[in-house]
Design a protein around this ligand. Structure first.
Ligand code: 1WB
Ligand code: MN
Length: 356
């Protein structure tokens, strides 16, 4: 069965070099722990010696070899967190373009093995919208990736409407991946390794998603699709209480009136992936709670290894129909990835053209 892993991290040397500068810069962001450790390793700290950089900078080498070994057909690649969002708006705009060009080249060389989510600089929303259009219409990328807040601001802020308008008009999903919590939110997350993937990331993106729903944003953008990873960052576990308490907050005048309930927004406007959470009960709950059409498989490579993520799915207590949707059919629909036969035909044509 075709296996498409939908949240796979990747980077380019130019972005890595700019993040190394951030490691020495004035930023007070909680992301600096990670940025120092990965992009400026050797100075101590929690991420030192984790050696993710090699895996991030590679697509067609060891990554592809492991994909072959473990039967992973395709990685949906995206520039890894924090993307371009810690750079000034001009640098971010330029590097997003460069990363998108490189990503498109990789996808063109291996149309059955790689698809890609485009980056953009949210802090320059109008230029971002232009780049989003280029990424889909010219580069043929598959959707977009944003790494939660930008300079501590979230997508419910009207300044980001051009970005959301572009995504909706292009009919492409925005994947919200975590980065470390925004400045005002970081206090209790600074200790005990809680800043990142263990807890802080989920708090950050969960809060982002809830802000989007409670703000009424989806009444303005009813067709906007948002993807969240790491088993939905547990937001759907909260749906009953979110719905109940938001209704009370609306009645008390503490939250804007919305056309739909929080539960209805989540089912209409969100999809989730399993990235980094290999828990069979959480998978079963997700399928039963938000529907099999809204859940996709992902690995979270290279932060997590490929084999256990494949084993998790192979052992999962799901029907053959459910497995096909989790492994590839939902990803093909949400990210406009050509079905297997069509993609293989395109790859053969490319090979024939290259060989003359
Ligand atoms: C880690 C995980 C680091 C993720 C990341 O940096 C991301 C980690 C951007 O395991 O330390 C992730 O996406 O889950
Ligand atoms: Mn991840």
């Amino acid at each position: 069965m075709r296996k498409i892993a939908t949240e796979e991290a990747w980077s380019i040397p130019e972005v890595a070099a700019e993040l190394q500068k951030v490691a020495h810069g004035p930023s007070q962001s909680l992301d600096k722990l990670l940025v120092r450790g990965i992009y400026d390793a050797g100075h101590g700290g929690p991420y030192d010696n984790m050696n993710f950089l090699e895996g991030l900078l590679d697509a067609e080498g060891e990554r592809l070899r492991q994909m072959d070994e473990y039967g992973v057909d395709m990685h949906l690649l995206a520039l890894t967190a924090p993307g371009v969002q810690m750079f000034d708006a001009d640098t971010a705009t330029d590097l997003a373009r460069l990363a998108n060009d490189r990503l498109a080249e990789i996808c063109r060389r291996h149309p059955t093995r790689f698809a890609g989510l485009a980056s953009f600089a949210p802090h320059s929303p109008k230029r971002a919208a232009k780049e989003m259009e280029r990424a889909i219409t010219e580069l043929k990328l598959n959707g977009f990736m944003i790494n939660s807040h930008t300079n501590d601001e979230y997508l419910d802020d009207p300044k980001f409407w051009p970005v959301l308008e572009a995504a909706e008009a292009l009919d492409r999903c925005i994947y919200i991946h975590p980065r470390a919590a925004s400045y005002g939110f970081k206090g209790p997350l600074q200790d005990y390794g809680m800043d990142s993937a263990m807890w802080g990331y989920g708090m950050e993106v969960g809060t982002h998603a809830v802000r989007m729903m409670t703000s009424g944003l989806f009444d303005r953008f009813p067709k906007l699709k948002i993807c969240i990873g790491h088993m939905g960052e547990a937001v759907h576990f909260w749906l009953w209480r979110l719905t109940y308490m938001n209704s009370r907050a609306q009645d008390a005048g503490r939250a804007p009136r919305t056309q739909l309930t929080m539960d209805e927004y989540f089912r209409r406007n969100f999809v989730i992936t399993t990235s980094g959470v290999e828990d069979p009960l959480a998978l079963r709950y997700s399928i039963d709670k938000i529907g099999i059409d809204n859940v996709m498989w992902a690995i979270d490579y290279p932060y997590q290894p490929m084999k256990p993520a494949v084993d998790f799915m192979e052992k999962a207590d799901v029907t053959a129909e459910e497995k096909a949707k989790l492994y590839h059919r939902n990803a093909e629909r949400i990210f406009h990835i050509a079905p297997e036969g069509v993609a293989a035909g395109a790859e053969r044509m490319t090979l024939v053209a290259e060989q003359g």
